[in-house]
Design a protein around this ligand. Structure first.
Ligand code: FO1
Length: 323
């Protein structure tokens, strides 16, 4: 399915974080054939745990695209077994971060290959090939970026805040250590300059935890702003509430209005169009960019595909209007 009016525009780049964004990435992968879709994954949530190099957002997107993700939680593998975790608990090991037996294979093999000097993006591409994923899944950078949060309990690493402390601490500031000097992955920069690029999609992930770490990586924000392709975001907030995770709580703590409009303001300089849930029809007027309404709560595969089509149609409409 190519852009209305311009069949040469076949490529789509999607910025994506964890569970929510991965749902739209799956929808896009069913509408945009093969390697014409590039999903740029946040790696700010990555961490070393039990001696393992863990990349939660890359794995969540990879499992989702492969149909391997646990349908209830959204992260980790479906039909998982927990023998390792039970044995680890019996030995007094750290069990606050749940590692299923199948998921453990991913972390062990990634750790082995990273230690052998292989780049995260090369390992990811090989995993995707073996899992028969045609979509190009690329980390935002092969350098180290770590999301850290200044809270009422001091500075916390991301997974310590998100999983171990279950987002209980009040977030006062979010930092993306290493992002400014990190080099955006060259394939991502190339895609953003590619004349075949039809749309840049900002998936409905947490703006602070999933999207802004990507935008903070050196040269990426400028490359997106400078791209000829329309940039379309889907609001992660529906009727003042986050679909999942700490987005709403964080927005309040950071003194922001918990609304789709406030999220649009975060991306302000980049957006050409914005997609809201029908529940936020009232917010449509004040944004100064084309806003369309859709069913953005994705519970079925059809929902994911439908929203993907809507987002691309929204980008095509912008391209046509500015052609
Ligand atoms: N999230 C949790 O809330 N609890 C966990 O024990 C947990 C384990 C886990 C293991 C692998 C993985 O890829 C993700 C995991 N997540 C867990 C989710 C993860 O913390 C978040 O998905 C991202 O970091 C934020 O989107």
């Amino acid at each position: 399915m190519s852009a209305a009016g311009d069949p040469r525009k076949t490529l789509v780049v999607a910025l994506c974080g964890g569970v929510g964004g991965a749902k739209l990435a799956l929808g896009l992968s069913r509408v945009v054939p093969g390697a014409d879709l590039m999903v740029v994954a946040n790696t700010g949530d990555d961490f070393e745990h039990l001696g393992l190099a863990i990349s939660p957002d890359l794995d969540t997107i990879m499992y989702t695209l492969a149909g391997l993700a646990d349908p209830r939680r959204g992260w980790g593998r479906r039909d998982e077994t927990w023998t390792f975790m039970a044995a680890l608990a019996a030995l007094g090991g750290e069990t606050w971060f749940a590692l299923g037996d199948g998921d453990l294979a991913t972390h062990l093999e990634r750790t082995r290959r990273r230690a052998a000097g292989e780049a995260l993006s090369a390992i990811t591409a090989d995993f995707c090939r073996r899992l028969k994923i045609a979509t190009r899944l690329v980390p935002m950078t092969d350098d180290t970026v770590r999301t850290r949060l200044r809270t009422d309990m001091g500075w916390l690493d991301f997974q310590d805040y998100f999983v171990r402390r279950r987002c209980a601490p009040t977030v006062l500031e979010v930092a993306y250590d290493g992002a400014a000097r990190a080099r955006a992955h060259p394939d991502v920069l190339a895609a953003l300059r590619d004349p075949r690029l039809r749309a840049i999609v900002i998936c409905p992930s947490n703006p602070f935890l999933s999207i802004e770490p990507i935008l903070a990586v050196g040269a990426l924000r400028e490359a997106i702003a400078g791209s000829a392709a329309p940039v379309v975001a889907v609001s992660p907030i529906i009727a003042g509430r986050a679909v999942k995770g700490p987005t709403a709580k964080m927005m309040s703590a950071l003194g922001l209005e918990v609304s789709a409009r406030a999220v649009a303001r975060r991306y302000r300089d980049l957006l050409d169009a914005y997609v809201l849930d029908r529940a936020d029809a009232a917010a449509v007027a004040e944004l100064g960019i084309p806003v369309t309404l859709a069913h953005t709560l994705m519970t079925t595969l059809a929902d994911r595909e439908e929203l993907a089509r809507h987002v691309l149609a929204s980008a095509d409409a912008v391209a046509k209007a500015t052609a």
